[in-house]
Design a protein around this ligand. Structure first.
Ligand SMILES: NC(=O)c1ccc[n+]([C@@H]2O[C@H](COP(=O)([O-])OP(=O)(O)OC[C@H]3O[C@@H](n4cnc5c(N)ncnc54)[C@H](OP(=O)(O)O)[C@@H]3O)[C@@H](O)[C@H]2O)c1
Length: 244
């Protein structure tokens, strides 16, 4: 059942037999030791110019980009398409300059002055759970569409279904470690691009590509098929298919 409102949508149980969702891929840059930022969760330059351009092209080609609130608070990214030529191509194709940007944000903690809510044209969605306080939701509702989706945390399955209903067929996930775990462990990811940079960051509490609880039983571990490996800048770009 989907309950509609003005600017807010609440999702209860979505009754369906087969999961309908967009094609979902994760893109991330990590150090040679698998860290995606420092122990202080400070953003670090891991890749180079060619890789930045590749990421920009991936952004321009997708319908929507998703990140977790941890990434917004740590990095304050705008997630806009940087190349003027690519923005122009999107306009010619009757799309907005930037893909739909989505924050997975349980408690509506996205700052109203964050780059994602203020930089570049295009729609934004903040997906919150019932944990969010009404005042915070209303405050963010002035800048973005709010989807109330889940009790304790954002129900990603339902969120992906709602995005698919809104015409999102290709979704790019740009982190971070906790959101990556939730999506991968629930079988909601189709491909993963990992750029592996020529550095060691270290630190047992520094975020890795996938954090969360982790798998304990070998059978539960997610298996990948390597689609390509390409030397790029001073590192290597790996493209993985997630086996079902
Ligand atoms: N190198 C790269 O490519 C790259 C890319 C992106 C981010 N990063 C780094 O990754 C770090 C941030 O990662 P993070 O793990 O701290 O945060 P995150 O994955 O960006 O966000 C996780 C948060 O999202 C909220 N959430 C709500 N529903 C969720 C659900 N179903 N599953 C998962 N999360 C849900 C939770 O917020 P509540 O706590 O409010 O419940 C959770 O703590 C930063 O250090 C950033 O620099 C690196």
């Amino acid at each position: 059942m989907i309950l509609g409102g003005t600017g807010k949508v609440e999702v209860g149980k979505i009754m369906r037999k087969t999961m309908v969702r967009p094609f979902v891929f994760i893109n991330a840059a990590m150090s040679a030791d698998g860290k995606i930022s420092t122990v202080e969760r400070r953003q670090t330059r891991i890749s180079g110019e060619r890789d930045f351009d590749r990421v920009d092209s991936l952004r321009a080609e997708c319908d929507a980009i998703m990140v977790g609130i941890g990434t917004i608070l740590a990095d304050n990214p705008s997630l806009t398409v940087k190349s003027e030529k690519r923005r122009e191509e999107r306009r010619k194709a009757r799309k907005e300059e930037n893909p739909l940007r989505i924050v997975v944000d349980n408690k509506a903690r996205t700052p109203v002055d964050s780059e994602i809510l203020n930089k570049g044209e295009g729609k934004r969605i903040i997906a919150v759970s019932k944990q969010a306080i009404v005042e915070d939701v209303e405050r963010l509702g002035e800048k973005a569409e709010i989807l109330i989706c889940g009790k304790e945390e954002v129900n990603l399955r339902n969120l992906l279904y709602l995005l698919w209903q809104r015409g999102v067929s290709r979704l790019m996930v740009e982190g971070g470690a906790t959101l990556n775990w939730s999506l991968i462990s629930q079988g909601l990811v189709d491909e993963i691009y990992t750029y592996v940079g020529n550095m060691i960051i270290g630190g047992e509490n520094a975020p890795t590509l996938v954090d969360g609880r982790g798998f304990v039983v070998e059978d539960a571990m997610v298996k990948l098929e390597l689609l390509s490996a390409e030397k790029m800048d001073e590192g290597i770009l790996l493209r993985w298919h997630v086996s079902k």
